[in-house]
Design a protein around this ligand. Structure first.
Ligand code: SF4
Length: 329
């Protein structure tokens, strides 16, 4: 039976198109922190953040970049016969450190002919022109692909305040324009069911990312970790997580409004299993992914179906009258 065409822009297939074969990410855990935890912006961090940052599946940060690359590379080579790799600075805020250290980490990551790319995860308020200039030089010298991952979570600036992100939408827009000016690709992390967000925010997420022309998106549903501010709020019953079916519909709506050229790096994430109060409605992340894909099929819809709102869209159907006039009749 012929394989069904995917209804969204799948990352693994994008990588094969781009590099000619499967490419594997080597996660790197750098010692570091975050300005939202170390006192520069705040001490508590985002209300959902636990102390492990995003590194609960990584090797210990006491190992050097090179040691982590070697161990992870050996694993992927043995298990998947992998030949090409993207080094992924995954945990905490990988550009929030002295410039020299940042430089050394990047140069250590780019050693080896089988390293075809580098992905650097950070906050929108922790990337500047000096770092980007250096990265542009490293890219042309080593001939590798470099992209920047920005944690945003939502474009709803009121929700950003409530989750204590320590930055607003403006810093994100600034970072995107600086990164794009140097020709780097951008991946954005979003949570589609933050307690204060509604479906209209999900649609705005898709529209803003499309309008800004980012290249990749990583979605995940909210997971709630024990001992975090969000965890305590959840235990006190201060908010409820939307039902799985509603989340699935939100993910579908998000995809419908998203530019079809944006690649979905991750449709569903997962939390640190033993530490969560809530994650993926108690089912496997794989099942949530399947449900989203099934819903796309049931509705016979796809990424970009409603991507029709840019470039003066109202002009496409306007005569001489106001495109908004029906609201006043
Ligand atoms: S930006 Fe990331 S590491 Fe920093 S507090 Fe928020 S979730 Fe934690």
């Amino acid at each position: 039976m012929a394989k069904k065409a995917p209804r969204y822009n799948v990352y693994s297939e994008h990588l094969i198109r781009k590099f000619g074969e499967k490419v594997y990410k080597l996660p790197i855990n750098l010692p570091g922190t975050c300005p939202n935890r170390d006192g520069r912006l705040g001490t508590g961090g985002c209300i959902y953040c636990d102390e492990a940052g995003a590194g609960f599946e990584c090797l210990p940060a006491t190992l050097s970049v090179q040691e982590q690359i070697e161990k992870n590379r050996a694993y992927f080579q043995k298990r998947y016969k992998a030949r090409k790799f993207i080094v992924y600075f995954q945990t905490f805020t990988n550009t929030y450190l002295p410039f020299e250290q940042f430089r050394e980490n990047v140069l250590a990551a780019l050693r080896g002919d089988d390293i075809v790319g580098l992905s650097i995860s950070t906050r929108p308020d922790c990337i500047n022109d000096r770092q980007l200039e250096f990265l542009a030089g490293a890219r042309s010298q080593k001939g590798v692909d470099i992209n920047i991952e920005l944690g945003l979570q939502t474009v709803n600036y009121r929700t950003l305040l409530k989750v204590n992100r320590g930055h607003t939408l403006a810093e994100f827009i600034d970072a995107v324009s600086r990164i794009k000016a140097r020709g780097f690709e951008i991946c954005v992390h979003l949570i589609l069911n933050l307690p204060w967000d509604e479906e209209i925010d999900v649609i705005e997420n898709a529209k803003v990312l499309s309008a800004l022309g980012v290249h990749y998106v990583k979605l995940h549903s909210l997971y709630i970790v024990k001992g975090t501010v969000l965890g305590e709020m959840y235990q006190r019953g201060e908010f409820a997580v939307i039902p799985l079916e509603e989340y699935v519909n939100r993910a579908v709506t998000f995809l419908e409004y998203l530019d079809p050229g944006i690649v979905i790096q991750r449709l569903v994430g997962r939390g640190p299993f033993e530490k969560v109060l809530f994650s993926n409605w108690g089912v496997s992340w794989w099942l949530v992914k399947q449900k989203i894909e099934q819903r796309l099929e049931e509705l016979d819809t796809y990424q970009g179906r409603l991507f029709n709102y840019l470039n003066g869209a109202a002009l496409a159907t306007a005569g001489n009258s106001c495109p908004n006039k029906h609201k006043f009749l």
